[in-house]
Write a protein that binds this ligand. Structure first.
Ligand SMILES: C[S@@+](CC[C@H](N)C(=O)[O-])C[C@H]1O[C@@H](n2cnc3c(N)ncnc32)[C@H](O)[C@@H]1O
Length: 304
C-alpha cells in the first residue's frame, strides 16, 4: 500500500493560503500510486538490439512535446515501454509475425497467455525445448505466442533466427532459472499496451501525421561481416537503409518528428548528413566471437 509521509495539502488551512498552495502545486511531483503496486512494464521478449543500455540517451533526445508515438521496428519495444505511461496513442509495428501476434495476445488475453507459459515453465527441459521448437504449424494464437515467448526466454542469447523455410532454429541456451511465465510483467505490459495498435507491416506503411513522433530502430548497418542483423527471413540491405532515409525525408517534409538509431558507419552518416547526428556508446552482444562483445558506437539521428 502507498504511504505518504506527509499529507499533501492540509485541509484545515485558511482559504487564501490553501488557494495559494493549490495554485503552486506541481502535479508531476506527486508519487504515482501505481508505481508501488504494479510492476513497471519492461520488454516481454529478449531482443537483439534492445535499447536498455542507451535508454537515458534516447529519452533525453525525445522532442519536448509530440502527439502520437510510432515505432515501426518495434522488436522488444524497450523505448516504448520506458515512456508508455506518458504517451497518448501509440502505433507499434514489425515484420516479425510471431512477435506482432504475441504483442496482440498480451494486449487481448494476458490471463490465458500466462496460464500457457506456466505450463511451459513447469515442463521445461532440454527434451521439451526441442519438442516445442519443432512445432511449426500451430494455429491457435495463445499456443503460437506462448511457444514464441517460451523459446525466446530459453534459447541461446534470446536470438531470433530462422532457416530458409522460416523455421526457428536457435539452440537452447544455458539459463539456470529462466523467467518463463513473467506474470507481473505480462500484466504490466497489458496495461502499457491499452492505448496501442500493434500491426504486422513494413516500416514505410505507417501513416503518422503532423506533430507525431516516429522512433526508428532498424536492423543496423553492419560494421563488419559477423554482425548479426538478420531478424527474419529477409536481410535488411543497403537499399533498405536508403529506402528508410527516403521515408524519413518524406516524414520530415510533412512535419513529423523522427528519431533514428543506427550504427556509426560512413554509409549511415552520409545518408543522414542533412540531419542532426549524435554519437552514443552502447555495449553490444551480437558478435559470434566472445572477444568482440565490446561497446560500439551508435548514432542517434533526429530532424529536430
Ligand atoms: C533492432 S530490432 C529493434 C529492437 C527494438 N527497438 C528493441 O528495443 O528491442 C529491428 C526490428 O526490425 C524488424 N524489421 C526488420 N525489417 C523490417 C522491415 N522491413 N519493416 C519493419 N520491421 C522490420 C525486425 O523484425 C526487428 O524486430
Amino acid at each position: 500500500m502507498l504511504k505518504l509521509k506527509e499529507p499533501i495539502v492540509k485541509l484545515d488551512l485558511p482559504f487564501e493560503e490553501a488557494l495559494f498552495k493549490f495554485a503552486n502545486f506541481n502535479l508531476n511531483t506527486l508519487p504515482d500510486p501505481l508505481d508501488e503496486e504494479t510492476e513497471k512494464a519492461t520488454p516481454f521478449v529478449k531482443w537483439v538490439g534492445g535499447k536498455r543500455s542507451i535508454m537515458s540517451d534516447l529519452v533525453s533526445r525525445l522532442p519536448k512535446e509530440f502527439n502520437n508515438y510510432y515505432e515501426p521496428f518495434v522488436g522488444g519495444g524497450a523505448l516504448f515501454f520506458e515512456i508508455s505511461s506518458k504517451l497518448k496513442k501509440s502505433f507499434l509495428s514489425d515484420i516479425n509475425l510471431d512477435l506482432v501476434l504475441s504483442y496482440n495476445v498480451v494486449k487481448k488475453d494476458p490471463l490465458k497467455l500466462i496460464e500457457a507459459l506456466k505450463i511451459h515453465e513447469l515442463k521445461h527441459s532440454e527434451e521439451y525445448y526441442y519438442k516445442i521448437r519443432s512445432r511449426q504449424e500451430l494455429k491457435d494464437p495463445i499456443e503460437i505466442a506462448s511457444r514464441f515467448l517460451y523459446l525466446n526466454k530459453t534459447c541461446y542469447n534470446g536470438l531470433y533466427r530462422v532457416n530458409k523455410k522460416g523455421e526457428f532454429n536457435v539452440p537452447m541456451g544455458k539459463y539456470k532459472n529462466p523467467n518463463i511465465s513473467q506474470e507481473k510483467n505480462i500484466w504490466a505490459c497489458y496495461e502499457a499496451l491499452k492505448n496501442t495498435k500493434i500491426e504486422y507491416k513494413e516500416f514505410d506503411s505507417i501513416k503518422p501525421s503532423l506533430g507525431d513522433l516516429v522512433y526508428f530502430d532498424p536492423p543496423y548497418h553492419p560494421t563488419n561481416e559477423t554482425s548479426f542483423t538478420n531478424y527474419t527471413k529477409l536481410d535488411f540491405t543497403e537499399k533498405d537503409q536508403a529506402r528508410l532515409r527516403d521515408f524519413c525525408d518524406f516524414l520530415n517534409k510533412n512535419g513529423v518528428y523522427f528519431m533514428l538509431s543506427n550504427s556509426d558507419t560512413n554509409f549511415i552518416k552520409d545518408l543522414y548528413k542533412n540531419y542532426n547526428i549524435q554519437f552514443v556508446s552502447a555495449p553490444r552482444f551480437v558478435n559470434c566471437k566472445p572477444g568482440q562483445r565490446n561497446s560500439v558506437n551508435e548514432v542517434l539521428i533526429t530532424n529536430y
